[in-house]
Design a protein around this ligand. Structure first.
Ligand SMILES: [Zn+2]
Length: 258
């Protein structure tokens, strides 16, 4: 069975100026780790960042899929229809210019889907959308489809939503894994389809999470850095024992009938 290994590549949470310190501090180590584990991954990159850090993005694109995570990481559901469609369209073009490769996947900032999303994504020429769900526990995840799919929108666009932990409340994300570690390892989904993480979770740099109250921010800081690496390695080890192959979304999409 193939499971998509996905990374959202965006400015560090809550750090002013759109800084992405993890490109220096985490990315090189992380790329080596992926290679060592024989994992092909999809990086959903914020297009404006790819323009600012083209060398890092090209290095990623040499081995992995680079897909779009929007133009600026602003929530599409809070924009007017035209502005949201433009983010979807323009981000594809910008990333293709930087990597020289076609971009076929989209993931909305904050994973939030709005009504016109599937049509906008399809009209912009993508072949799949990977939005839906949350990075931390939320009842919204109960509404995500269960099982391995394939899933599609009413317009026929392929949909690769985040898988959830067995409780359905927690997403199958590094955030849920590390915050709840080691108990979270007992809650790993039996047949997941999509896993995701943010690079800064693997960094020891303090990230002042922007969203939520003090308690939520403190919770989200739990298990960053070395502890996150430990949780990640243990999770990957568990699935290796079950014969799971980690893949990029584009491979999953090519094999949705598997
Ligand atoms: Zn994001």
């Amino acid at each position: 069975m193939s499971v998509a290994f996905t990374i959202d590549l965006e400015p560090d949470w809550g750090v002013p100026g759109g800084l992405c310190r993890v490109l220096d501090s985490v990315l090189p180590v992380f790329l080596d780790w992926l290679e060592g584990q024989d994992i092909q991954a999809t990086f959903f990159a914020v297009a404006e960042m790819t323009k600012r850090f083209p060398d890092a993005i090209r290095k990623i694109a040499g081995r992995h899929e680079v897909a779009s995570h929007g133009l600026s990481h602003k929530r599409l559901d809070r924009m007017d229809r035209n502005a949201a469609a433009k983010e979807v369209r323009e981000s594809k073009r910008i990333i293709e210019d930087v990597t020289g490769r076609p971009v076929i996947g989209f993931r909305a900032p904050f994973l939030v889907r709005h009504e016109a999303l599937a049509d906008d994504v399809q009209q912009a020429g993508y072949r799949y959308d990977a939005s839906g769900g949350t990075c931390a526990p939320s009842p919204a995840n109960w509404r995500l489809p269960k099982g391995t799919g394939p899933f599609a929108y009413p317009n026929g666009l392929a949909w690769l939503p985040i898988s959830t932990m067995r409780d359905g409340l927690n997403p199958f994300s590094l955030t849920a894994l590390r915050v709840g570690h080691p108990v979270s390892l007992a809650d790993l989904p039996q047949a997941p389809r999509v896993f995701f993480l943010h690079l800064h979770e693997l960094s020891d740099l303090p990230v002042p999470h922007a969203a939520g109250g003090r308690l939520r921010r403190a919770l989200l800081r739990r298990g960053q850095g070395a502890a996150a690496w430990k949780a990640l390695n243990r999770m990957v080890g568990r699935y290796q024992d079950r014969g799971v192959r980690w893949a990029a979304c584009e491979d999953m999409f090519a094999n949705t009938n598997q």
